[in-house]
Write a protein that binds this ligand. Structure first.
Ligand code: FCB
Length: 520
């Protein structure tokens, strides 16, 4: 009896062994692959009482301004009705680890929490030394630093590697007053020069670069022991396009939401400098740190697939929104005249190679329709109408979805994911998917989205893309910038009154994948 049972068991094991390689070759992710969720400070920290809110950021001012609310530029939703991660982080980290099976998490720092007051008086030069750090320490908010350290260590202790973002759109109000910037641009045409003498103008001021360097050096000093993976900037091209070439419904809205192509180019240059400065500052503190940036990539297609003009438009959109930043931060080419060609004088060796990895954020494809000429002579490549966000929570007045869209109004098409990951991989750096996910309140699309997009990612890896991890956006429903709480990107929903979390069914699928390090 025992003997025959044994034979059966051995036969089953042999069979499993025979089947396993076939399954894993197609569906397994590389060894050591990181699985986690992504969040950003401003979007999740506030909520559950005044003590958890930070009123010192530009986005606080931007989202609570009565004129902007009245004009419909921002939703009017109060960020302090959010999930309250500033207080609930322990439970949320438990959830990420135990319920979602994550071995990593992407977290963001709020610069304005760490430095609620200006650091401009502390002069440091290009290298931030020990004495400078001690002076910065006297200006920093010790309570905020302590809290962030606990959160980061908490993630670490639970077995999750931390990818830490320094800047996820928000700036301290002493760096950027978006309402003052908007006033300064009132009546200024999109091709006119940036008004002179702007102060507290965020990425329009060169001084923001040196302040960012101090903040980066300080963060590396304080948190470096628990963080190996750093992201300098989140989606710099979104900051540029939605912040300074802001056309609601077309390019989108981020603070300060002005329309000035000259300002957009200046912001791009300062963001390139800021990335390099932060990269160097973190590496100086810890040469083993892996420092990258997070870049939003849209898979551009011609609006009309059989139109040659639209095909050119899609290439221009790809250059402008996807490649211009990669060219700047990886290759050190700053395309000052935005013509998509490297002209003499556009090489900036000091900006080149400022990334150990590229963080790719990807959600959807976009369509470009040729216009027959540039929108503005300042940006010759911008000679198309971009369509990314159709009618939905992201664009309530937008055109109807031409295919299948998420609640937000973004088209669902996994083939674009493979396209942009392969495009980023051609820059020769390892890739982390730093965001991918879907606005789906009812959770009836998320499972299919996750399976389809991860299959596409797996295919890109099979073709040779060096992808090291995947961070799903997002752990929790959160404050979606100008759109407020209309969007629901979370694997968990939350109750604004009780802060209770509710797991969406697709969280179980994420856990299965993360634990197996393979597609089901
Ligand atoms: C990305 C942002 C993130 C969130 C998602 C939906 O552009 O980085 O904060 O808004 O989109």
């Amino acid at each position: 009896m025992f003997g025959s049972r044994c034979v059966v068991a051995i036969a089953v094991l042999v069979l499993m062994g025979a089947l396993a390689p076939a399954v894993s070759a197609r569906q397994a992710f590389p060894r050591g692959f990181l699985w986690g969720t992504a969040t950003a400070g401003f979007q999740v920290e506030a909520g559950g009482g005044r003590a958890n809110s930070d009123r010192r950021s530009d986005w606080w001012a931007f989202t609570t301004d009565p004129d902007l609310i009245r004009a419909g530029v921002v939703s009017g939703d109060r960020v302090d009705r959010g999930p309250g991660f500033w207080r609930t982080w322990r439970g949320d980290l438990d959830r990420a680890r135990r319920r979602l099976g994550s071995n990593a998490i992407r977290l963001g720092l709020e610069w304005s929490r760490i430095f609620p007051r200006s650091t401009a008086r502390i002069h440091t030069g290009r290298r931030v030394g020990r004495a400078d750090l001690r002076r910065l320490d006297r200006v920093a908010d010790a309570g905020a630093v302590r809290r962030y350290r606990r959160i980061i260590r908490g993630a670490h202790r639970r077995g999750m590697q931390v990818l830490l973002t320094l800047n996820h759109f928000t700036l301290p109000i002493w760096v950027h007053d978006p309402l003052a910037v908007r006033r300064a641009f009132a009546g200024v045409g999109p091709a006119e020069p940036v008004p002179a003498g702007l102060r507290r103008a965020g990425w329009l001021n060169r001084s923001t670069v040196s302040e960012f360097r101090k903040y980066a050096a300080f963060a590396a000093w304080k948190f470096g022991g628990d963080v190996r993976l750093w992201a300098t900037l989140n989606e710099p091209l979104v900051t540029v396009s939605q912040g300074f070439a802001s056309i609601p419904g077309l390019t989108g809205v981020k603070a300060p939401a002005v329309l000035s192509f000259t300002a957009a180019l200046r912001a791009l240059e300062n963001l390139g400098l800021a990335n390099a400065a932060a990269y160097d500052a973190i590496k100086a503190a810890d040469r083993h740190a892996r420092v990258g940036f997070v870049h939003n990539m849209v898979a551009w297609r011609p609006s009309n697939p059989s139109s040659p003009a639209d095909a050119v438009a899609a290439r221009h959109a790809d250059q402008l929104f996807n490649r211009a930043w990669l060219d700047l931060a990886v290759r050190g080419i700053y395309d000052i005249d935005a013509d998509g060609v490297e002209d003499p004088g556009e090489r900036r060796p000091r900006l080149a190679g400022k990334a150990d990895f590229v963080g790719v954020n990807h959600y959807s494809p976009g369509r470009a329709g040729a216009l027959g000429g540039p929108v503005s002579p300042v940006v010759p490549l911008f000679d198309f109408v971009p369509a990314v966000t159709y009618r939905g929570t992201g664009n309530p007045g937008g055109p109807p979805c031409p295919s299948t869209c998420s609640d937000f109004g973004w088209e669902i098409d996994p083939t674009g994911f493979r396209q942009v990951v392969e495009e980023a991989a051609r820059y020769g750096k390892p890739i982390y998917v730093t965001e991918n996910g879907i606005d789906d309140r009812e959770d009836d699309q998320r499972g299919g989205y996750l399976r389809g997009y991860l299959r596409a990612l797996r295919a890109a890896i099979a073709e040779g893309a060096d992808v090291r991890g995947y961070f799903h956006w997002s752990l929790l429903d959160n404050y979606e910038w100008a759109e407020g709480f209309a969007a629901h990107f979370g694997l968990y929903a939350f109750d604004a009154r009780t802060l209770r979390r509710t797991e969406r069914p697709s969280a179980r699928l994420f856990r299965r994948i993360a634990r197996a390090n393979a597609l089901p």
